[in-house]
Write a protein that binds this ligand. Structure first.
Ligand code: NAP
Length: 259
């Protein structure tokens, strides 16, 4: 299927590894030129070079922390008039409700709510003027079903979800869609971090933690970054222009609900 994306330009944040990289690769496979970002320059440059050589698209890299104002300015300057924005950043640390104070919440809100909002505010006017745009925010299954150990994530991402629900309906008339992708457990460094947290907390091995988490997923496996990227590319496609303000869960059936 031709997704109508050839020659478009995308900013994909936090994309040297994991789900962000999956999105960058899937868009590149459709002929989308990229601005990629992460804090670590080495992994970012390696990922960009691999994409250039595999897909023949232009890739600009900006090594910075996307959760800072300076980082956002640098990335937005490199991105210019992008057609597609994929927001992403690292997730907050796990813990229990009594661990977190105001500073922890402010950091989580900055990373997982206010950063994507700032990026959307910066690129939406241009997309609306040009009459076409796609925004995909990487959030979490925790906005549909809370993950108790990830209270910071539950809180910040639900705030972003509320903002998107209203904003998506204000920009849709201009040919711009905003949707959220909600990952369940995917086989990335983040999953290893969370397996490790569980292993330490329960005094079990990493394999036992992995097996216990797999047992909570009807598909009985972790998702892949390629599967996740493919869903992102579809939400960015010409064919997805009538999908507005949606929260698409990619979780192997882990969130048990009828609708
Ligand atoms: P990952 O494998 O750890 O990859 C994170 C990527 O983001 C890396 O490229 C990292 O590079 C970059 N990054 C992290 N913080 C950044 C920052 N402040 N500024 C710029 N780049 C940054 O994580 P992932 O599994 O892809 O997860 C992506 C998001 O989905 C996270 O918010 C995570 O909490 C959420 N999520 C993941 C899962 C899962 O099972 N994987 C499930 C639910 C939600 P640098 O470290 O070099 O910056």
């Amino acid at each position: 299927m031709d997704m109508g994306l050839n020659g478009k330009r995308a900013l994909v944040c936090a994309s040297s590894k994991g789900l962000g990289l999956g999105c960058a690769r899937a868009l590149a496979a459709e002929g989308v030129h990229l601005v990629m970002n992460a804090r670590g320059a080495d992994a970012l440059n390696d990922a960009a070079e691999a994409i250039r050589s595999e897909f023949g698209v232009e890739v600009t890299t900006v090594a910075c922390d996307i959760t800072t104002e300076d980082g956002q300015s640098a990335v937005l300057k490199a991105a210019g008039d992008v057609d597609i924005l994929v927001t992403n950043a690292g997730g907050p640390p796990p813990g229990v409700w009594s661990d977190w104070d105001r500073d922890d919440f402010i950091a989580a809100l900055d990373a997982n709510m206010l950063t994507p909002i700032a990026l959307m505010k910066a690129v939406l006017p241009g997309m609306m003027d040009r009459g076409w745009g796609r925004v995909v925010n990487i959030t979490s299954q925790s906005v549909k079903a809370p993950i108790p150990a990830l209270g910071l994530s539950n809180a910040a991402r639900t705030g972003l979800t509320g903002y998107v629900a209203g904003t998506a309906r204000q920009v849709a008339q201009h040919g711009v869609t905003i949707n959220n992708l909600l990952p369940g457990i995917h086989a990335t460094d983040r999953a290893i971090q969370l397996d490790s947290g569980m292993a330490k907390a329960q005094g079990i091995t990493m394999q036992e933690a992995h097996d216990q988490r797999c047992a909570t997923i009807p598909a009985r496996r972790y998702g892949t970054a390629d599967e996740f990227g493919a869903a992102c590319a579809f939400l960015c496609s010409a064919q997805a222009g009538f999908i507005v303000g949606h929260n698409l869960l990619l979780d192997g059936g882990a969130v048990s609900s009828t609708m």
